[in-house]
Write a protein that binds this ligand. Sequence first.
Ligand SMILES: [Mn+2]
Length: 334
Amino acid sequence: MILALKKNSTPAQEETLLAYLHQMGVTAAKETCRGCTVLLLEGAVESLDAQLLSSLPAVEAVLPLDEPLPLSSRAAHGADTVVKVGPALVGGGHFCLMAGPCAVESQAQLLTIARSVRSAGAMVLRGGAFKPRTSPYDFSGLQKEGLALLSLARRETNLPVVSEIMSPNDLPLFEKVDLLQVGARNMQNYALLRALGRVKKPVLLKRGSGATLRELLLSAEYILSGGNENVILCERGIRTFSDGTRSTLDLSAVPLLHEMTHLPVVVDPSHAVGRASLVPPMALAAAACGADGLLIEVHNDPLHALCDGAQALLPEDFAALARQIAALREVTHR
Ligand SMILES: [Mn+2]
């Protein structure tokens, strides 16, 4: 850690700082360069609170040199992490198409959609049983019954399933769910993240609509530091001033995250744009910029969908998109 000192700091203020550092078991070597004084710190620097130091009158800036993302950063782990979801692989050149309805509504609805997305090439079935809704008066999912239907669809189609978990207390109910999704609203639910760090199942961690990439990776650190190495990150749109779409799909996050971390990155264009007509072009753009997979909402009857009908693709449109993605990846991932 390096401390830059203020040019107008008094000897007494510097004395206070040095005495504090000494007391904390840190040695400080003073260097002067072009009229600026810096302290190069060594020793027990991990015990120092950077914010507390920067509030001291002698300190201009605190420059941490240690790795704030010890488990998720690219530096921590050079090779891409490949996450296994049932037989499907995500990351390290393996592309995974995940599709299905926003919410599980009925056995007939789920099985019809599951069969159609499987024949179109989807490798993982999505379906919400516990739905976090902005309004408490909206349909909030079939919950336990929804998970039972997902388990049935998993058996019938042999597709692994991904579904959102909102509370650590629900973990026993998710036994037949292959990939546990943390929704955007729960990205900073630290009790949930810590609980998921203790399970052996892979986790799909969605970026909060107001979260920076650093915050997303720090949330991933909660899961990784608990011993669960199977984390997939998901970009699903952030809130900006642009109001033409539900959110703004931050596709530059995909290649940037690939530089920052070894974890796989998938994209959910459905929730980002909120409109079916915009999903295929953004899905293709995500595949082109290096996403390791896509999460796409598909419904056989969007007009009567209980949730997110406006952004759901018809099964035939999803099949056409899957063919285009395969063709695109032939060119971009040769
Ligand atoms: Mn949805």
